[in-house]
Design a protein around this ligand. Structure first.
Ligand SMILES: N[C@@H](CCC(=O)N[C@@H](CS)C(=O)NCC(=O)O)C(=O)O
Length: 209
């Protein structure tokens, strides 16, 4: 049994969609980030770093959205989250998951929480350096999908597509959102039409995309 502690549109989003794709029963507990509930004593007992998401797997709490995607893929080997263990496609899938988490996840963390590094929203040199790093990923991913789409693994959907769609969504209010790249715009349209994505959008009452 799974329980997902989520925040609206937060790093829990890809995990939420993955649970829906797998089709297992799960419970949702909303953590109101604006109200600071991630720093409540009850939540810190589950996740001492005070971050979202936390996924309770058989009574034990686990963290880090990319790691949770890997755990779900391992626990549901017949789902569509990842290619078969040991295959070359699985190796490529691991590479993609770690690359997305490092090069998009970490940079988005700094974009939304510049204070992690003692910077602020007004620190324009810092902001434009982070923006550049995120945009260089969009350029790379746009070329990859244009050459070998429609999914990150080519013809086959997998959990890394949920990660990418989540990160792309986070860029929607940036000066140059991911959808400014043509193959990524097409990809966003495709991912938004997925039943799991539509479900989480509705459940989390997300506006925009
Ligand atoms: N690397 C982590 C990042 C988690 C993270 O930074 N989550 C944000 C929401 S997207 C959060 O918890 N923010 C609240 C805070 O830091 O106080 C992951 O992917 O799970």
């Amino acid at each position: 049994m799974y329980t997902l502690y989520y925040g609206k549109g937060a790093a829990s989003l890809a995990v939420h969609a993955a649970l829906k794709e797998v089709g297992v029963p799960y419970e949702l507990v909303e953590v109101d980030l604006d109200a600071g509930q991630q720093r409540s004593p009850e939540y810190l007992r589950l996740n001492p770093r005070g971050k979202i998401p936390t996924l309770i797997i058989d009574g034990k709490p686990f963290h880090e959205s990319a790691a949770l995607m890997l755990m779900l893929a391992d626990r549901h080997p017949h789902s569509n989250l990842a290619p078969p263990a040991g295959s070359l496609a699985r190796a490529e899938w691991y590479e993609l998951a770690v690359t997305l988490a490092n090069d998009l996840g970490n940079n988005f963390r700094l974009w939304f929480y510049p204070s992690d590094l003692g910077a602020s929203d007004e620190d324009l040199a810092f902001r434009s350096a982070i923006q550049l790093r995120i945009e260089s990923m969009w350029a790379m991913l746009d070329a990859r999908l244009a050459d070998n789409g429609p999914y990150l693994l080519g013809e086959t959907f997998s959990g890394v597509d949920l990660m990418l769609a989540m990160y792309m969504r986070w860029s929607r209010n940036m000066p140059r959102p991911a959808t400014a790249w043509p193959a990524l715009q097409k990809y966003a349209d495709m991912m938004r039409a997925r039943p799991s994505w539509r479900h989480i959008t509705e459940t989390e009452a997300l506006t925009g995309w």
